[in-house]
Ligand binder design. Structure first.
Ligand SMILES: [Fe+2]
Length: 192
């Protein structure tokens, strides 16, 4: 969603959706690689956004659960940083160009804005678990998408990331899980 105040060159600076590939001996068809690279640029933007949100939570959390959450959020950040690299380098392996600057990422990310004034452990748990769940969903959807395109390598990378995000979502989510909800309730509350 482009803000009206952005300069006319803004679109030109965030142009990964344009089919721009380096020559490679990788045998995946060029049209498949174009699609995969564009999708990986989207996951890259989301993942870098998620990483900054982990740090935002790590730095700003307050309250009686400070030390546990401060350390947990940094552990999540470290894994998410690895996912950023996995995602970016997959696109480059396929001849693509990645757009991972803060400005490109901010323009493209599909994640909700992190509340900059969040303070308590409860607020950060709610915000970060929502971001993890949203990113987890788009990555999980991507596994089937890459399978359908015949790119098992990309599907495998997304599967690894999905597994890790599911684990970290559990670690954060558990702070809010006091009693089992009726079937489907938790899913509905989170799906936005
Ligand atoms: Fe730190």
């Amino acid at each position: 969603m482009a803000a009206p105040t952005r300069s006319p060159t803004h679109a030109a600076r965030t142009s990964a959706s344009a089919p721009r590939l380096y020559r490679t001996k990788n045998d995946l068809p060029a049209d498949t690689r174009v699609t995969v690279v564009a999708r990986f640029n989207q996951w890259l933007a989301d993942c870098i956004d998620l990483q900054t949100q982990c740090k935002q939570a790590h730095w700003n959390v307050k309250g009686p659960t400070f030390i546990a959450l401060h350390e947990l959020f940094d552990e999540i950040n470290e894994d998410v940083e690895d996912y950023v690299d996995l995602i970016a380098e997959r696109a480059v392996q396929l001849g693509g160009v990645v757009e991972g600057t803060a400005r490109a990422v901010a323009a493209r990310s599909s994640l909700d804005e992190y509340p900059l004034r969040a303070s308590s452990g409860e607020e950060h748990v709610e915000s970060l678990s929502s971001a993890l769940a949203a990113f987890g969903k788009t990555v999980r959807d991507g596994i089937a998408e890459m399978d359908e395109l015949g790119d098992k390598g990309s599907a495998d990378i997304l599967t690894e990331i999905s597994r890790g995000i599911d684990k970290w979502l559990w670690f954060v989510d558990a702070h809010q899980q006091t009693a089992p909800a009726a079937a489907g309730n938790g899913v509905k509350a989170r799906a936005r």
